[in-house]
Design a protein. Structure first.
Length: 336
């Protein structure tokens, strides 16, 4: 046998061995993926119990547990506008951890604060966009300088007069409540000071206690407190009225131009989670989201159900990241 023939034979044998090894590895991985999950699955939420993201996560936990055949546990890792929870998800390598997050956690977290320990675009893998919603501008029922029967225009006139003696609350720096109110300040000429809290329920409580003069709240929370006579509804942040806040005028009707704001929540996985598992999870989450019972629960929680593919959520992230980054730059918003 010539030297050339010997080299060729060895090359073919090596390639064959490598192919068999690769095939075996692939088979083992496929088998392990088919067996997934092998232990309880965690849904990490970066906001307190009773908050809108928490309620959504708990709405999904039971039906997801039934589909997976394993317990699904909701864990609240509170702080930094949800970024502590998002960091927990980004750093997870057990293939059994996902997160329920809001806009800011999956878009501009790193842009707003370069010290954020994770990069939304690199460290998180989109699963599905669950729901979208406008926010509702709310205020205490009684506050100095604002008549009890004041409409939205009278409220803004009082806010303009008050200047920076008023404060507004949000669930944290970089949340849509924060960025949206800063945009509202620019569009309306008001100047309240930002005070961050751990979640929307805490913001509502502070308003009712007189520590805050205004806040953008999710519709379900705003409507419930207004119906109880504890908060005043000023207007919704959508361009027109919303079925999620029936009877509440839009801020556009009060003369606030070029102002259309949505919050959303979504499921994400660590980017380290194998694609096969992410695909399996995403399909299950969409199936759950589109069921009539869950769709109704989401509506009651103040969400219009979407239930996108991972690609659909990725497109929304790309669009919102560009728009919110522009807003941060234009309004000179910092992480302070």
């Amino acid at each position: 046998m010539t030297t050339l023939s010997l080299i060729a034979r060895r090359t073919i044998l090596a390639a064959g061995t490598a192919l068999v090894a690769a095939s075996a590895t692939s088979s083992v991985f496929a088998a392990s993926t088919a067996a997934w999950p092998t232990k309880p699955v965690r849904i990490v939420v970066g906001f307190p119990g009773g908050s809108s993201p928490d309620l959504t996560a708990r709405t999904f936990s039971e039906p997801l547990s039934k589909l997976l055949g394993q317990p699904v546990i909701v864990e609240n890792k509170v702080g930094a506008g949800g970024n502590i929870g998002a960091t927990e998800v980004a750093r997870a390598h057990d293939n059994h951890t996902i997160g329920l997050m809001i806009n800011g956690n999956m878009t501009i977290a790193k842009i707003l604060n370069p010290a954020t320990p994770y990069d939304p675009l690199k460290d998180l893998a989109p699963l599905t966009l669950i729901g979208v919603s406008p926010l509702v501008l709310t205020a205490p029922v009684e506050q100095p300088g604002v008549p009890k029967d004041a409409d939205a225009q009278a409220f803004f006139a009082a806010a303009q007069k008050a200047g920076d003696t008023w404060s507004y609350g949000t669930p944290g720096v970089g949340t849509i409540g924060h960025l949206g109110t800063e945009l509202l300040k620019a569009r309306s000429g008001i100047a309240p000071i930002h005070v961050p809290y751990s979640g929307y329920p805490q913001v509502a409580t502070a308003m009712m206690g007189g520590q805050l003069q205004m806040a953008l709240l999710p519709p379900a929370l705003a409507m419930a407190q207004a119906q109880a006579g504890k908060l005043r509804l000023i207007g919704v942040t959508s361009s027109g009225r919303s079925a999620l806040a029936p009877g509440v005028p839009s801020l556009a009707e009060a003369g606030i131009k070029n102002f259309d704001l949505q919050i959303w929540n979504a499921f994400a996985a660590p980017s380290s989670m194998p694609a096969e598992i992410r695909t399996k999870l995403a399909a299950m989450l969409v199936e759950i989201a589109r069921s009539p019972a869950v769709r109704e629960k989401l509506f009651q929680q103040g969400w219009q159900m979407v239930g996108t593919s991972p690609e659909g959520l990725a497109n929304r992230i790309q669009k919102d990241t560009a728009e919110l980054s522009r807003l941060i730059k234009e309004q000179k918003i910092s992480n302070q």
